[in-house]
Design a protein around this ligand. Structure first.
Ligand code: ZN
Ligand code: ZN
Length: 254
């Protein structure tokens, strides 16, 4: 069977050469992007806020001045002012025209073949988080949106990341009890209102996957104001989660 699979893979590769996950030109390796596309992507790296992951190097406006939190970690001004409900957020990329392009194709254009590429980026930006994690949970889509889109892109990433890290994942422990409007175009307070009460914990699943005392990694596509991540982290903690990290493909940097 394994041999058959190998032969099958060689056959497919011979017919379909690996293509760039960005522009589609033929590349040497599978699940990669070409040099041009790579150059267009802005990966986030240290120094960054120890809590929300805000990259300090991009802060040319100087309107966010970091400082030391009570635990001695370097935090951005926003987190210093009010600590989010999640403990830590990391994103692979700055949300801009390039990263939005990948996410739109992944979400709306049936480009599920981008999963391994995006999962690798998430894996890398979650260094230091995976080895302590107990559970991976994707931010859920409402049933209606799931029917329309046919797959939850965060669920695909969670499955892949679970395979890469050995950390179990559960796509049902965190559910949506109410469909939210699209958050695009809404300000921070409207977003907060819109997602408030939108999520619910499936207590039976929570017991099964040992949510009580667990260190949870939430997976989502974009961190915008953090309203969704906060709402999810809050109810996960109400149901016993000890620590909640959020890992997204991209994050808005203002
Ligand atoms: Zn390319
Ligand atoms: Zn921060």
């Amino acid at each position: 069977m394994a041999l058959l699979r190998t032969v099958g893979r060689i056959g497919v590769d011979a017919i379909l050469p690996p293509r760039c996950g960005g522009c589609g030109v033929i590349t040497e390796t599978t699940h990669a992007v070409c040099a041009d596309c790579w150059a267009g992507l802005r990966f986030i790296s240290a120094p960054q806020c120890a809590c929300c992951g805000y990259p300090f190097e991009l802060d040319d406006s100087a309107n966010i001045i970091g400082g030391e939190g009570v635990d001695g970690r370097t935090l951005c001004g926003t987190c210093l002012q009010k600590k989010p409900a999640f403990d830590c957020a990391r994103a692979a990329l700055v949300y801009d025209d390039h990263s939005r392009d990948y996410l739109l194709r992944f979400k709306h254009a049936d480009r599920t073949d981008l999963t391994p590429l995006l999962a690798r980026w998430l894996y890398q930006c979650g260094q230091g988080i995976w080895d302590q994690a107990d559970l991976i949970a994707p931010v859920p889509l409402h049933r209606r949106r799931l029917l329309y889109r046919r797959y939850n892109q965060s669920g695909l990433l969670a499955t892949k990341l679970s395979k890469m890290t050995g950390v179990p994942w559960d796509g049902l422990v965190l559910g949506r009890q109410r469909n939210t409007r699209s958050l695009g175009g809404l300000g921070p307070s409207s977003r907060k209102r819109e997602v408030g009460g939108a999520f619910a914990i499936n207590e039976r699943r929570a017991a099964q996957c040992g949510l009580d005392g667990a260190r949870v990694v939430l997976i989502d596509d974009v961190l915008t104001t953090g309203a969704t991540a906060n709402a999810c982290a809050r109810i996960l903690k109400q149901s016993g989660a000890l620590h909640v990290s959020v890992i997204t493909v991209a994050r808005v940097v203002r």
